[in-house]
Design a protein around this ligand. Structure first.
Ligand SMILES: NC(=O)c1ccc[n+]([C@@H]2O[C@H](COP(=O)([O-])OP(=O)(O)OC[C@H]3O[C@@H](n4cnc5c(N)ncnc54)[C@H](O)[C@@H]3O)[C@@H](O)[C@H]2O)c1
Length: 326
């Protein structure tokens, strides 16, 4: 099977490329402009350095290769930046995704797996923080909106072009590094909690901040569902198998169905590293819902996905070990 992975040099994409490469049945091509990715995180596959906004080049690449499936990770994903620079997000995430879908339809590439996000759900009722794929959507920031709009484009395209099918995987909070220590998250100036805490634990930052401790949660800090990056990568392989056997489009949440507060994650990082780094309180950030937890019944019942690393300690430990290495 000939697979194009956009954004495959990035954090999550490189973990998928590793898992695909460990099996012999996949021929992998990675397309990435390396704006936040790293070529040396690619353990397998052919690499093409290209920007998805270069529509002519993308069309040429599809003419020169005969892809069976596109797995589309490439995106901009810094939530606070999306609030101050929304057009970057609509262009890179929604417009470039729309073009990529158009090129797929033109070249008869009928399988598409899309990196969506829990950020499309927005704030839920305080007594109902576990979201299913049917829960109400309502992104709280342009990043989430840009991804939600891409889902709408995919839905309409698959309705109009009957052979074209997609899976949107709505990732919750992705964290950790490969358990064998070969790859991990190398993102510069990261804003995501586990990575920032790992940088503090490894002595690369002198302190970190908690944004808001007045949320309606037990300890006042936001609650999220943290999924280990290797379990998320394997969800793509199972989604691909589902797409191949069913030829039906679908949406799946990807998380573990339980949440940890910001304070709990920081405490765990301090425990696994043995480092008591400084943490300061700040006010709430715009666009942060108080709690978001995935109901993952659907992906577990409709695919063979069986997560192996549902363990906050392992998530923090692999992130910390990787951070010390880079
Ligand atoms: N990390 C998370 O917690 C999380 C959560 C939900 C959803 N997602 C989604 O998962 C996907 C991957 O995220 P990640 O954490 O691996 O981020 P990342 O920044 O490490 O990876 C994104 C990759 O896309 C590439 N890229 C960006 N714009 C491009 C363009 N125009 N042309 C070619 N390449 C381009 C980057 O160089 C990078 O290698 C994104 O779509 C993101 O929205 C991530």
């Amino acid at each position: 099977m000939n697979i194009l992975v956009t954004g495959g040099a990035g954090y999550i994409g490189s973990h998928l490329v590793k898992q695909l490469g460990e099996q012999t049945k996949y021929h992998i091509t990675v397309l990435d402009n390396l704006v936040t990715g790293f070529e040396d995180s690619l353990l397998y596959g052919k690499f093409i350095n290209a920007d998805l906004s270069d529509y002519e080049r993308i069309d040429e690449i599809f003419s020169e290769n005969s892809f069976d499936v596109v797995i589309h990770f490439a995106a901009s994903l810094v939530v606070p930046e999306s609030v101050t620079n929304p057009l970057k997000y609509y262009l890179n995430n929604t417009a470039n995704t729309t073009n990529l879908i158009q090129v797929c339809v033109k070249h008869n590439v009928n399988k598409f797996i899309f990196s969506s996000t829990a950020a499309i759900y927005g704030e839920q009722d305080a007594d109902n923080i576990t979201v299913t794929e049917e829960s109400s959507t309502g992104p709280l920031n342009p990043y989430g909106t840009s991804k939600f709009m891409s889902e709408m484009v995919l839905k309409d395209a698959s309705n109009a072009y009957k052979d074209f099918n997609y899976i949107a995987l709505r990732y919750f909070n992705v964290a950790g590094a490969s358990v064998d220590g070969k790859i991990g998250q190398s993102t510069k100036n990261a804003t995501v909690l586990v990575k920032v805490a790992a940088e503090c634990a490894a002595g690369k930052r002198d302190k970190m901040y908690i944004f808001g401790e007045d949320y309606p949660t037990d300890d006042g800090t936001c609650i999220r569902d943290y999924i280990h990056v290797e379990d998320l990568a394997s969800a793509h392989i199972e989604a691909l198998d589902y797409l191949e056997s069913s030829n039906e489009s679908n949406l799946f949440n990807c998380g573990y169905g339980r949440g940890y507060s910001v304070k709990e994650v920081i405490d765990m990082m301090k425990k696994v590293s043995g480092n008591d780094f400084e943490v300061q309180m700040q006010g709430r950030r715009e666009g942060d819902p108080s709690a978001l937890i995935a109901d993952c019944t659907k992906i577990k019942s409709m695919t063979n996905w069986s997560p192996k690393y549902d363990d906050l300690e392992l998530i923090c430990k692999t992130a910390y070990e990787w951070e010390k290495k880079i």
